[in-house]
Design a protein around this ligand. Structure first.
Ligand code: F6P
Length: 321
């Protein structure tokens, strides 16, 4: 029995675990008698009418896959009111009662904009940046952090052998979460994040102190949005007592098979999202904080900024002696 039509799409930068969320949404929808449609390439595909009905078999063996089987895109045109209105009209014409949107802050803003024209979206936080408000953690963050650990642990080995400093650039245009928590988890010396101003003299002083204290290597994680590794390298050249090398981790952080944590998080968020649709909830973000799952209206979270855990800078300072 078909109890209505719903759709799922992934939007913005992909993140590991998006497929686990799609799979969960598809199967929970079908288990509850809903017709579930997969939209290709995010909002752009929705605008262009690029979708098809999905079966349980369409998502077989996808829980372990990185990327997104629905593909994704950035659709900056959605910032224009004309396009928002047109898309909302198209969604109504397609007959979708709810669109499940797995994505980051841009996707959240898009969903909120559409809600003003009478559509309903349920957003699942998916971004490696962990900068989506209303949730402690987003789908993909744990996998990205583990990828950073994998890389930095190896870099540390060679850094020690050569007594070098390494500037390791991680993702995060506006958020220092990956740099900061990556630094904590790898035992790095410093984290440079966009939330704090970059004080080169202080960085030089801290590096010199570590060398004086007998450290064989110096590992610095920097978020791309704070300062680029190549620029920092130039500023440190000849001023610190280590030979410097840089590594830019780049999109390696966005790919790969999701960790168990991300698979479980995505699966649970997917189930909750469909259940919220079934009880008639509209235009909400499904989040997870501490030990509980939360349901927040889009209008409440859309303009919020999620802070990085700044106290972890203190933790890092204490531990990197
Ligand atoms: O939003 C996720 C993110 O990975 C950011 O950390 C990064 O700055 C950006 O996407 C890169 O985007 P793109 O893949 O479009 O270059």
């Amino acid at each position: 029995m078909n109890k209505g039509k719903v759709a799922v799409l992934t939007s913005g930068g992909d993140s590991p675990g998006m497929n686990a969320a799609i799979r969960s949404i598809v199967r929970v929808s079908i288990s509850n008698g809903l017709g579930i449609y997969g939209v290709q390439r995010g909002y752009k595909g929705l605008y262009e009418g690029d979708f098809k009905e999905l079966s349980t078999r369409d998502v077989s063996d996808t829980i372990k896959l990185g990327g997104t089987i629905l593909e994704t895109s950035r659709f900056p045109e959605l910032k224009k009111e004309k396009i928002q209105k047109e898309l909302a009209e198209r969604i109504k014409k397609y007959g979708f009662e709810t669109i499940f949107i797995i994505g980051g802050n841009g996707s959240l803003k898009g969903a909120y904009a559409l809600s003003k024209y009478g559509t309903s979206s349920i957003v699942l936080p998916g971004s490696i940046d962990n900068d989506i408000p209303g949730t402690e953690i987003s789908i993909g963050v744990d996998t990205a952090l583990n990828t950073i650990l994998f890389a930095v642990d190896r870099i540390k080995d060679t850094a020690t052998s050569h007594e070098r400093a390494f500037l390791i650039e991680v993702m995060g245009r506006n958020s220092g979460y990956l740099a900061l928590e990556g630094a904590i988890a790898t035992g790095a010396e410093l984290a440079i994040i966009p939330e704090c101003s970059v004080d080169i003299d202080k960085i030089i002083e801290q590096i010199k102190k570590r060398k004086k204290d007998g450290k064989k290597n110096c590992i610095i994680l920097l978020a791309e949005g704070a300062i680029r590794a190549v620029d920092l390298e130039k500023k440190l050249e000849g001023k610190i007592p280590y030979d410097v090398r840089i590594t830019i981790l780049g999109h390696i952080q966005r790919g790969g098979s999701p960790t168990a944590y991300d698979r479980i998080l995505a699966t649970r968020l997917g189930r909750m999202a469909v259940e919220q649709h079934l009880i008639g909830n509209k235009n909400i973000l499904i989040g997870f904080s501490g030990i509980t799952y939360s349901v927040l209206p889009l209008e409440r979270v859309v303009n919020m900024v999620k802070p990085v855990p700044m106290e972890d800078l203190k933790t890092l300072k204490y531990l990197s002696i």
